[in-house]
Write a protein that binds this ligand. Structure first.
Ligand code: ASP
Length: 335
């Protein structure tokens, strides 16, 4: 029988209603799961729940929490066949992306899941998300960090939250799902990455200073200069369309150029859900390329931000970060 390690970090799935709204409650998820008869079915794996000592609404997560989840998986890696991370949906795509970078060389499945409605409600999506995640972790040896939600299994570092209320809350718009959950669970094996031979390598997280800036019509040079002030090291610029920005605002472009000259790494991603950045397409994009902005290709903003955190945490120089940002490390970008 397979053994699954569950890292329970918080999220709606295990929440209770308090005077201030829904909030995580210690022991409550384990209690609910113990009462789920389907988890005792002979086809289900054995599992242990490692409840984190502070359960979080994922809106409270910080990069140190990603490191904590990754190190708990690494510490239990040899004792289990698969890993399920129970997490809030709000920042689940960031955590799934970060885990993909922090857990290099996986040869066992790591599945991140949660729900839109708590398990304690009569109608909820948590039951099926937990059952499916445990079954997939036990029976499908996918050597990747994936996100299991509703009827899909997505590559973690391609995922985005696309619905605040629907049961199909996540999508990976620039990559087909790795699995479809219907009458059968169908895995698209040709899309799944091969396990790397070197074994698991856990990466830590330091204290890099990175950020994200979403362009909007009328953005000022002053705002860009403020965001790009030292000690910032890296910025995800969420630009328009194929990566365009207001070239007729010379002050804005100068703010970008000055920051790059100081060593700040600026990665251009698109605000669009689908498609890739191409800084050679328009004058409004090539102006950024000439200033030294690098392309994020079809990476999600979540993947780009967590990748910057990961690469700067490895102590790489700005030039090394720039070159690694443009490489496909975990299936996060298409080139
Ligand atoms: N605010 C919750 C969280 O991210 C939402 C959820 O889990 O669905 O923890």
């Amino acid at each position: 029988m397979s053994r699954i390690y569950i890292a329970y970090t918080g999220g709606t799935i295990g929440m209770k209603l308090t005077d201030h709204g829904w909030a995580p409650a210690p022991g409550f998820l384990a209690e609910q799961m113990a009462a789920m008869s389907e988890l005792c079915h002979p086809s289900m794996p054995e599992y242990v729940i490692d409840e984190f000592d502070v359960l979080l609404d994922s809106s409270n997560m910080i990069p140190a929490d990603w490191a904590r989840i990754a190190s708990s998986i690494a510490a239990n890696y040899d004792g289990y066949d698969g890993f399920v991370v129970i997490h809030g949906t709000d920042t689940m795509a960031y955590t799934a992306s970060a885990l993909a970078f922090l857990l290099e060389g996986l040869d066992k499945p790591v599945i991140v899941t949660g729900s839109q409605i708590p398990l304690c409600e009569v109608r909820n999506d948590g039951r099926s998300n937990i059952v499916t995640s445990l079954l997939v972790a036990a029976t499908q040896p996918i050597p990747e960090v994936t996100l299991c939600f509703g009827d899909r299994l997505l590559r973690g570092c391609r995922s985005v939250k696309v619905s605040a209320t629907g049961f199909d809350a996540f999508d990976s718009p620039n990559h087909p799902p790795l699995g479809k959950v219907g009458v059968d669970i169908e895995i698209a094996w040709p899309l799944v990455r091969k396990p790397s031979p070197g074994g698991l390598k856990l990466h830590g997280i330091g204290h890099p200073v990175v950020g994200a800036l979403r362009l909007f019509p009328g953005i000022t040079a002053e705002l860009a200069r403020n965001v790009l002030q030292p000690p910032i090291q890296g910025l995800v610029l969420e630009a328009y369309g194929v990566g365009n920005a207001p070239e007729r605002n010379p002050g804005f472009i100068a703010a970008i150029r000055d920051a790059i000259e100081r060593g700040v790494v600026i990665v251009d991603c698109t605000q669009c859900l689908r498609g890739s950045v191409d800084l050679g397409d328009y004058a409004t994009g090539s102006v950024l390329a000439r200033a030294g902005v690098i392309s994020g290709f079809d990476m999600t903003a979540e993947a780009a931000l967590t990748k910057l955190v990961h690469l700067f945490s490895r102590g790489l120089s700005p030039d090394e970060v720039k070159s690694q940002m443009q490489l496909d490390l975990r299936g996060e970008l298409t080139r």
